[in-house]
Design a protein around this ligand. Structure first.
Ligand SMILES: Cc1cc2nc3c(=O)[nH]c(=O)nc-3n(C[C@H](O)[C@H](O)[C@H](O)COP(=O)(O)O)c2cc1C
Length: 276
């Protein structure tokens, strides 16, 4: 069998180890070993365990023992350094794990004109002009067919105290159940689109279906916001909806918990100027 060795040692100690054992290793395992900086570490590891075996079997010289000691010290300090570099973050792989996810209730009419609501967390603003929001629904939901059929939906923003009805709307299907009747919520026909909104929720967006994007398990519906409505009681002194009065709910994926929003920590496009 062919034996070709090209070694680019990275460390003096390891080079010494390889130099000492290489002939012996090749004799025992005559194979093609090609080394460069990328795989030299792997090879040195092999050499290291080879030496350990020798020592365990009492066959190593004092010189090799010294190499081993130096190598262990060197490797321990590298490990500590590597841990410090990587232990800061744990990897979770591909997941829908990001914050914050909104908790919205999508309002729709079915083919017979019966209003339905469904809770979603996979959604967000997706365009400023025209103003658009995107919601992602599974085909299995009743609301899916309703949006396709009516080409419209509403986004209802529940407040903290409405968390129970919101959760309920996300656990049962409206296929054979009137969720408005079951929750005691009141459907109101939207002013500009063919969908109902929830009277009791403080804020609502009336959306016309603009685009449908097949992604995978979920289909994304992009809705053009035709109107935003909010209760007078949740407006600030400038007459705009106030997040601290609406107290919307935030969803935490994976843990599947509801959270509240906190206090304002600064004005956007402004607080950063302190660094300028
Ligand atoms: C907090 C929460 C978030 C949810 N987010 C989504 C979502 O983004 N997309 C989705 O298809 N289903 C989501 N669901 C599940 C639906 O709300 C649920 O399947 C509902 O029963 C569908 O109602 P429908 O069949 O009446 O349309 C969520 C449920 C909860 C509780």
């Amino acid at each position: 069998m062919q034996t070709a060795v090209s070694v680019t040692p990275r460390w003096d100690v390891s080079a010494g180890i390889c130099g000492y054992f290489l002939p012996d290793m090749l004799k025992r395992n005559p194979t093609t070993i090609r080394m460069n900086n990328a795989n030299s570490r792997l090879f040195f590891m092999g050499a290291f365990y080879h030496i350990r075996n020798h020592i365990l079997q009492g066959r190593a010289s004092a010189e090799v023992r010294l190499y081993l000691l130096k190598y262990e010290k060197h490797s321990a300090s590298r490990k500590t350094k590597k841990n410090k570099e990587t232990a800061m973050k744990k990897s979770f792989g591909p997941k829908t794990l990001v914050y914050p996810a909104p908790v919205w209730v999508v309002g729709t009419y079915d083919a017979g004109g019966r209003p339905n609501i469904m809770t979603i967390a996979w959604g967000g603003i997706c365009c400023s002009q025209p103003p658009c929001v995107a919601v992602s629904l599974r085909k299995a939901t009743y609301s899916f067919g309703n949006i396709v059929g009516r080409k419209a939906f509403t986004i209802n923003v529940p407040s903290e105290e409405q968390v129970k009805v919101t959760d309920y709307a996300g656990m049962v299907s409206g296929k054979n159940l009137d969720k408005f009747a079951a929750t005691g919520l009141t459907p109101v026909k939207a002013e500009f689109v063919d969908a109902p909104y929830v009277k009791e929720f403080p804020m609502v967006l009336e959306c016309r279906l603009l685009q449908t994007i097949e992604i995978g398990l979920h289909t994304q519906f992009i809705g053009e916001v035709i109107d935003v409505k909010a209760d007078e009681t949740v407006l600030n002194e400038k007459g705009l909806p106030d997040i601290e009065k609406i107290r919307p709910i935030i969803f935490s994926p994976e843990i599947r918990a509801y959270h509240t929003t906190g206090k304002s920590i600064g004005l956007a496009f402004s607080i950063g100027k302190e660094l300028a």
